[in-house]
Design a protein around this ligand. Structure first.
Ligand SMILES: NC(=O)c1ccc[n+]([C@@H]2O[C@H](COP(=O)([O-])OP(=O)(O)OC[C@H]3O[C@@H](n4cnc5c(N)ncnc54)[C@H](OP(=O)(O)O)[C@@H]3O)[C@@H](O)[C@H]2O)c1
Length: 314
């Protein structure tokens, strides 16, 4: 099968588009013919060999997390999926497991969901990592009707989903993005936009109930001034401050600081799918590349400042 994979953990050795042996599914696994994958920052961290020291790292390492495709062989004795079903999901990327950027993917049924009717393979591949991370971020922020919410990095993979989900919850969204993406943020559902490249974030007058920092790297001195008492800041990145520091900040300054990873429970996927069916959530697909142009796709995803998602199709 054709795949895009790392053959070396040496940072100067580029990933390869080439042939690897077809994978063989175990009795309880699915064999999936992959139709589309999306690129997330974690994928280019693997592509750049930044994750080579993580446990279980082994070569060749197929890159990729999100996938959408068709079941070629169902798990024996399972009635959940059958041959020909359209499925999507995200595969675990660590512990030596293969990624999704290959014509064939073997994975456990727990990593797959049926693709809802009217959702294309490209759309399905856009959702898992970014939309589920956005959903969990807003949950950690406690966003509900009328919440005054700032979303930072609002037109990227996570951010563009976060605006739409927050709007569906009737939150009052302020989006921080670059000037060129201001109109897009408003189309997605933001009431107000801030240009993060120009504005001094600390001078914004409105105190927010919550800040979801989809970009993940806001400075404490900036976001703490924007949060009202008992407000929450959530980031999808590991917090630099250790828990005892964030606990002290909560105790004495009454600002909650939390990290919000992707959560992929069935009820989370169901919430995303419901919003999609209700036409309240739609991926913005900036560019679609064929698998043989995966290197170009990665270059664009990492350095081209795409809005929404970058997709690779097969
Ligand atoms: N923990 C988890 O489970 C998890 C899951 C998914 C992602 N993540 C992490 O979350 C981060 C964002 O992921 P993503 O998929 O949304 O990435 P992305 O698609 O690259 O989007 C990043 C966004 O950040 C904006 N940005 C860049 N510099 C900024 C700045 N100085 N201030 C404010 N915004 C800025 C970009 O806007 P412009 O292009 O307009 O500059 C872009 O909209 C990544 O670091 C990723 O590794 C974590």
């Amino acid at each position: 099968m054709k795949a895009y994979y790392k053959s070396s953990f040496n940072k100067s050795v580029n990933s390869i588009y080439g042939d690897l042996p077809d994978p063989v599914a175990g009795e309880k696994q699915l064999l999936i013919e992959v139709k589309a994958v999306s690129i997330n920052p974690v994928d280019y961290k693997i592509n750049n060999a930044d994750t080579r020291f993580l446990p279980g790292a082994k070569l060749p390492k197929i890159v990729g997390t999100d996938f959408a495709g068709i079941v070629k062989k169902a798990a024996e004795g399972s009635f959940e999926f059958k041959e020909g079903d359209r499925v999507y999901g995200a595969v675990p990327i660590f512990l030596g497991k293969p990624g999704s950027m290959a014509e064939l993917l073997v994975t456990d049924p727990k990593n797959a969901r049926h693709i809802p009717a009217a959702m294309s393979f490209e759309e399905a591949a856009s959702f898992p990592v970014a939309a589920l991370t956005a959903l969990n971020g807003l949950r950690r922020c406690g966003v509900t009707k009328g919440s005054r919410l700032l979303i930072n990095g609002a037109t990227g993979g996570i951010g563009h989903f976060a605006i739409q989900i927050a709007k569906a919850k009737d939150a009052f969204v302020t989006a921080s993005c670059s000037q060129k993406n201001s109109d897009l943020a408003k189309e997605l559902g933001a009431y107000v936009t801030i240009d993060y490249t120009a504005a001094d974030m600390a001078n914004i007058a409105v105190p927010f109930d919550a800040i979801f920092d989809a970009w993940g790297q806001m400075k404490y001195k900036d976001y703490s001034q924007l949060l009202k008492k008992d407000g929450t800041y959530a980031s999808p990145l590991i917090l630099l401050a250790p828990p005892f520091v964030t606990n002290l900040i909560w105790l004495f300054i009454r600002k909650k600081i939390t990290s919000s990873n992707m959560r992929k429970r069935p009820e989370d996927y169901a919430e995303i799918e419901k919003l999609f069916r209700e036409k309240k959530l739609k991926p913005l697909i900036e560019h679609i590349f064929p698998l043989e142009k995966a290197a170009e796709a990665f270059e664009f995803a990492e350095k081209g400042r795409p809005r929404g998602k970058v997709i690779i199709t097969f």
